[in-house]
Design a binder for this molecule. Structure first.
Ligand SMILES: *Cc1c(COP(=O)(O)O)cnc(C)c1O
Length: 400
C-alpha cells in the first residue's frame, strides 16, 4: 500500500502583501531608514508603528527594537534589575530567555512546568518564597497561558515585578485581557516565525512611565527621545536620561513599515491560525495514543504551533516517531532531546548557567513533548492530512 505523503515546507511564511511592498520600496527610495532621520514635518515609520502597536495592545507605551531577546534584556534593566539579582522563570522556554537573563547579569531560578506546559503554580509559590526573587520572566511558551489570576496574586504577595515573554502570545487574551497586560512589562518578537514578521524585530510594552523612559534611552534614542510616539513626559526623561546607558538596538523604518502593514491583519491571521490548529487538534485526538491537554475556555490563544504527547510508548521511541513522520514530509520537533536541535533545547543544555537544579517534572513532561509549527501557508486539507499521518505513525509505534 502506498502511503500518503505531505510535500509542503514547514518553514514557509506567507509573502508580504503588495501594499506593504510598495511602502517598503518608497522608504528605500527615500533613503531615510534610520528612525530619527526625518524631514521637518515627517513622523517616522517606527514612531507610527509604536503608536499603532500600543493602541492595539492597549498599553500606554510601546518601544520598538531589534529583537524579542533584546527587548527582554532592556526590560530587565529598565525595571531596576541589577547584576546578581535572582529572577524566577519557567524552565520550558527558548534559549533567548536564559540568554537575556544571563546578558543582564541575572541568576535564574527555574520553576517546574505541568503536563499542560503551564508553569507549576505550587512550585512558583515555593520558589518565590525560598529565593526572595523580586523579578520574574514568564514565557507563555508555545502560546499556552497559565492561570494568570494565581500568578498575579503570587507576584503581589511577594512584591515581584513580572515581565511577560509574549513571543508566542501576540494577539492572544486571557479572560478578555490581552496577554502582556498582566505584568509590569511585556516583550514581543517580530522574528519571521512569530505573529508579525519583519525578519527580526521586537516590542517592549508597559504602562510604567519610568520603565518606558529608560527603555527608550536604552534602545539608543540619544537626546531625541521625544520623537517617540508613545513617550512619557519630559520630566520623567530629565530624571533618567543621563543615568541610563545607550545600548543601541533601535527599530529601523524599513522593518517598521513591514510591521505596520501587517498589524491590521493580525486578528484575522489569529483566526486563520486557529482554524488550522483546530483542524490538526481534531485529527490528532482521533488517536488514543496521543495526549493533548484541554485548553481552558478563558484562554484565547493563537494556534501558530501545536504540541502533543505520544502515549503508550516509551519516550525512547519518540526519535523513531520523529524520523518516521519526517520520511512522510511531516516535521515534528521533540523537546526531550538531551542534544539541542534547531530551535528546540532543554533547560539542562544551557551550561553557562551556574547551579542548574534538577527539574524532574519538567524533564519528564518535555521527554514526551512533540511540537509542530503551523504556517499559514498550509490549508485545512493540509492540516487534516498531517494529523492523519501523525496518527498512523503513532499508532504503529504504540505498544497497546
Ligand atoms: C522567539 C522567541 C524569543 C526571542 O525572540 P527573538 O526576536 O528571536 O530574539 C523569546 N522567547 C521565545 C519563547 C521565543 O520563541
Amino acid at each position: 500500500m502506498s502511503q500518503k505523503k505531505f510535500t509542503k515546507p514547514f518553514t514557509q511564511q506567507e509573502g508580504m502583501p503588495d501594499e506593504v511592498i510598495d511602502r517598503a520600496v518608497e522608504i528605500l527610495k527615500g533613503g531615510r531608514l534610520h528612525r530619527y532621520n526625518t524631514l521637518a514635518d515627517e513622523i517616522a515609520e517606527a514612531t507610527l508603528l509604536e503608536q499603532e502597536y500600543a493602541n492595539y495592545q492597549e498599553a500606554k507605551y510601546c518601544i520598538a527594537c531589534t529583537s524579542g531577546g533584546y527587548a527582554m534584556q532592556i526590560a530587565l534593566r529598565a525595571c531596576g534589575f541589577k547584576t546578581g539579582d535572582k529572577i524566577l522563570a519557567n524552565a520550558y522556554t527558548l534559549a533567548p530567555v536564559p540568554g537575556a537573563i544571563h546578558a543582564a547579569g541575572g541568576k535564574p531560578i527555574f520553576v517546574e512546568i505541568r503536563d499542560d506546559w503551564h508553569i507549576d503554580i505550587d512550585d512558583l509559590r515555593a520558589k518565590a518564597n525560598s529565593s526572595g526573587a523580586k523579578f520574574m520572566m514568564l514565557s507563555h511558551m508555545r502560546g499556552h497561558i497559565a492561570d494568570m489570576d494565581a500568578i498575579v496574586e503570587i507576584c503581589n504577595e511577594y512584591g515581584i515585578s513580572m515581565i511577560e515573554d509574549c513571543a508566542h502570545t501576540m494577539g492572544a487574551k486571557w479572560k478578555g485581557t490581552r496577554s502582556g497586560n498582566f505584568g509590569r512589562i511585556a516583550c514581543f518578537s517580530n522574528q519571521t516565525y512569530k505573529h508579525l514578521n519583519s525578519g527580526e524585530g521586537g516590542f517592549l510594552t508597559t504602562d510604567d512611565d519610568e520603565v518606558a523612559a529608560r527603555a527608550i534611552v536604552m534602545t539608543g534614542s540619544y537626546m531625541l527621545y521625544q520623537r517617540h510616539g508613545t513617550a512619557p513626559p519630559e520630566e520623567v526623561f530629565q530624571r533618567v536620561r543621563l543615568e541610563t546607558p545607550n545600548m543601541s538596538g533601535r527599530m529601523d523604518n524599513l522593518r517598521a513599515a513591514l510591521l505596520r502593514g501587517q498589524l491590521p491583519n493580525l486578528d484575522q491571521n489569529a483566526r486563520r491560525w486557529n482554524e488550522r490548529y483546530q483542524t490538526l487538534e481534531f485529527g490528532l485526538r482521533k488517536s488514543e495514543n496521543l495526549y493533548l491537554p484541554e485548553r481552558k475556555q478563558h484562554e484565547e490563544y493563537v494556534g501558530s504551533s501545536i504540541q502533543f504527547q505520544p502515549q503508550n510508548m516509551p519516550a525512547s521511541s519518540i526519535p523513531q516517531l520523529v524520523d518516521n513522520c519526517a520520511k512522510r514530509g511531516v516535521e515534528i520537533k521533540w523537546f526531550g532531546d538531551a542534544e539541542p536541535k534547531a530551535f528546540t533545547s532543554r533547560y539542562d543544555s544551557w551550561q553557562y548557567i551556574e547551579d542548574m537544579p534538577d527539574l524532574p517534572k519538567t524533564k519528564e513532561v518535555l521527554s514526551r513533548t512533540c511540537d509542530m509549527r503551523v504556517p499559514l501557508t498550509f490549508d485545512l486539507e493540509d492540516c487534516a492530512l498531517i494529523s492523519s499521518i501523525i496518527c498512523e505513525e503513532v499508532d504503529a509505534l504504540a505498544t497497546n
